[in-house]
Each structure stands twice: as C-alpha cells, then as structure tokens.
Design a protein around this ligand. Structure first.
Ligand code: ZN
Length: 327
C-alpha cells in the first residue's frame, strides 16, 4: 500500500535557486501550453530544461482547465492564473533521503536540501520504498510530499469476521469467535447524506457551505472506519468479509443517491484494514439478510428482528454480518 508524508524542506543557495527556477519554468510552460491550446496547436512540443518529465501531466491538466474556463467564459478565469501558480508542483523520481534530501535534476546535477520530519514520519519514510517526491510552495514555504510504498505487515489475528454496512445502523460486525459490535452514527449520517444531496442540487448555495457538510460526513466516515479497525485488532481478526457492492440492488431513489456513501465508507475500511495487515475479502451478499446462519432456511425479518423455526433469533443486521462472514 502507498502513503504520502508531507514535511517542510529548507533549500539554501544553489538548491533554492534551482527550485525557484523550476517553478518559474513550470509556470511559463503552462502559459505556453495554454497559448498553444487556444491556437489549437496542442501538439507542439514544449521543451523543458529543469521541470521533470513526470510533470507533463500536471502541465496538461492545469492548462486544459484554464482553456476550458476561457472557452466557457467562467468568471473565475482571472484568478486561475494566480491560483495555478500557487498550486504548482513537480515530482522527482530520482532522489534519496538521508541526513539531507538529494534531488537529481533533469540534466543529472545533484541538489541537496535539509528537511524536518517528526521521528514517527522519519521511521515510516525510511522503512518503506521511496517512489517519488513532490515539491511545492505554500505561504512562501517549501514543502515536500514523499510517496512511499509500504509492505503491509501480516496481521497476527486468527479469526474471520463479517461486516454489514447499512443505512439505519452504519455497520454491524460479527466475528467467528462470537463477538458482535454495532457502530452508531446512523441518524447523523443519514441527515448529512440527505443534506448534501439537497445542497448539491441548489446552484445558489455557496461552495464553502457545501464543502462544510461533505467534510463533516467524511470525518464521520473516518471515525466509524477507525473504530471498526480498532475493534478488529482487539478481537484478533485476521480476515474481514464485506459485501461486494456490485451485487447490491438499489431500488429506491434515496438509496441510489447515497450509494456513493456506502462505497466511500467501505473504501475507508478496506484502506485501514490493509494498512494494519488485515485481509479483506469481498463476497456476494445476496440473500445474506434472509438466510438462517444456523440451519440455512430462508426467513424474513420482522421489525428488524430475525427469527427462525430452528430457534435462532437475532437482530436482522447481525444475521447479515454473520452470513457475510460465512461466505
Ligand atoms: Zn434456522
């Protein structure tokens, strides 16, 4: 799995000059690309001296964004040039980190810069495989983001578990050794989802207000997924089964509109599981809410309580999670 770590760097003298020159060049490359695009000569090759090859995509995407704004006459167009200068960055793939960061320029020259990392970040960065480094500027400060590939450490757990993600209760966990956990937050989550859907439809509402709601929802999903993974470790889980969302039939419009929220919560859980070494398996969830985990008869839950003639009785979502575990 991949992770990025961001920290400040303090380039001096020659290195500072090199980085500043590269930013200047990047800016002029984007300007040149935009003018080419507007003249519809986008095939013209722009030659770079400093800017690394890997930045070409960044140049094209920024320039096409600017061109789009100009073509459609969006009113934010004036600010875009200033903004893109602020958000400019470039990647190096040829670099090393020891007591200093060494960057190798396009023509092979080596530049060194001091950096500052917390002890934790340093251990994480140096224990993984360095993929690339991104240099950018924020409030006149130089920052670096390193992309690291980590080998996941295998989980020391021994049990299987199943997780049922739902609307009323965001998630229910059932484990092989008989533990059951309900994760709260369904009410606030439903409220935020419906609010976000209605806000997105309204073009008069400010973007900042829309972002506020979506940030709240994202934070909630991070909280729920962290709690789940914490419990998985505590309960000694080795493998987590979750629903393969491609099988889920969303009939009601409300469910269809919130399907992205399932997908994201699931994505957060998978990501956190993988970073702690817990294996995740996606399973076919069909009939998991009807099947009796004990005798395999099919029953319908009544008022969220599921009971079977064989004597098995439980909350409906526990049945779902247990069946997902058994798949
Ligand atoms: Zn039964």
């Amino acid at each position: 799995m991949y992770r990025t770590y961001t920290f400040p760097i303090y380039p001096q003298n020659e290195t500072k000059q090199f980085i500043d020159d590269t930013f200047e060049e990047l800016h002029s490359l984007i300007v040149q690309q935009v003018s080419n695009d507007l003249k519809l000569e986008s095939n013209k090759i722009v030659k770079a001296k400093n800017v690394p090859m890997s930045s070409n995509r960044h140049i094209y995407s920024l320039s096409s964004m600017i061109v789009k704004h100009k073509r459609y006459g969006y009113d934010q167009f004036q600010n875009l040039f200033i903004k893109q200068k602020k958000h400019a960055y470039f990647h190096f793939v040829n670099f090393t980190i020891s007591s200093e960061i060494s960057l190798r320029s396009r023509n092979g020259k080596l530049f060194k810069t001091p950096y500052r990392m917390t002890e934790y970040v340093k251990t994480r960065v140096l224990s993984g495989h360095l993929v690339s480094i991104k240099i950018f500027k924020k409030n006149q400060k130089y920052l670096a983001s390193v992309l690291i590939k980590h080998k996941p450490s295998a989980s020391s757990g021994e049990y299987k578990a199943g997780l049922d993600i739902g609307i009323k209760v965001p998630a229910v966990l059932s484990t092989e050794n008989g533990s059951i956990r309900f994760y709260k937050g369904g009410k606030i989550r439903r409220y935020l989802i419906s609010k976000q859907i209605s806000l997105l439809k309204d073009s008069k509402i400010q973007l900042t207000q829309k972002l506020k709601v979506s940030r709240k929802l994202k934070n909630l999903d991070h909280k729920i997924s962290s709690m789940i993974v914490k419990d998985l470790i505590k309960l000694n889980v080795k493998q987590l089964n979750i629903e393969d969302l491609k099988y889920i039939q969303l009939n009601k419009t409300a469910q269809l509109q919130s399907s992205w929220s399932y997908e994201r919560l699931q994505r957060f859980i998978i990501y956190k599981c993988e970073s702690t070494g817990i294996e995740v398996k996606k399973v076919d969830p069909r009939f998991t809410s009807r099947l009796c985990p004990k005798c395999k008869r099919h029953n319908q839950a009544y008022k969220r309580i599921y009971s079977c003639v064989c004597g098995y009785q439980h909350h409906r979502d526990v049945v779902g999670a247990t069946n997902i575990m058994n798949r």
